[in-house]
Design a binder for this molecule. Sequence first.
Ligand code: PGA
Length: 308
Amino acid sequence: MPYTLHQLRVFETVAQTGSITRAAERLHMSQPAVSIQLKHLQQHFGLPLTEVVGRRLRLTQAGHELHAHVADLDARLRDMEAAMDELRGAVRGRLRCSVVSTGTYFIPYILGAYREAHPGIDFQLQMTNRDTALRHLESDEADMAVVSILPDDLEVESLPIMDNPLVVVASPQLEVPETTAPLPLAALAELPIILREPGSGTRIVMLDLFGRHGLSPRIPYEFDTNEAIKQAVMAGLGVSVISRLSLKNELRHGALREIPVEGFPLTTRWRLIWMKRKRLSPAARSFLAFLEANREAIMTRQFGWVGE
Ligand code: PGA
């Protein structure tokens, strides 16, 4: 029986997620349906494409080979669809974007403004951390990514979006040494620090700062989302470094307070990035052009308070 594009897509999703269950979730299919499609493909090629090692699903050599071809094919198919759209004069399509978790707070405003002007473009967003966003870009699971620390091992193009001021926060109840001047960094390192998970860009910035000053802070807690960190800080577990952009409500309602510390705010800059080697679709080009023309106005309108 000939194989179908659908079967190749199922296989690709299994390869990307490393799991029948996760592939089924992502494709909105049942697990048996995913297994059957995979089985058809294996029967067609007469080769096993996956194997279970321990309790993990892995690609066989044939699976790896097929995966590389399917990724090429997928890119060509998207180019084909984009070229047809362009000929029709319509900018339509779907943009897959992997965004660092701190982007959660501003990206919806950009998408909202963009889609008012371009309702034909849909977005598929993955909110994650820096390492995963970069991996998605490299493996072409994302057309674009939003990060604030550029990679040094990937050739990317970038467009700045806005400044990301990172500040030190604590709960109003946490005892912090009283000083009239900003707290010395060495005093901050004495407080219990709540750190983001490995792979997070915010973590890199924090550890780099302490490292440059020869300080080894106490790090009793690691959490893997900004929201979890906020809750932990509010509960008084310690202090952390968070984007000021994400703190509007907590600062306003007094649930958190910003602690002035030497060297803060530490300002990085969010950027939209994409692989240099990638041919951008008309949808991606239109999004870039929109962002370039409108980012300042959108950010000033929504986030003017951040610099106050
Ligand atoms: P992250 O974001 O800590 O969620 O990885 C960092 C960044 O802004 O690049």
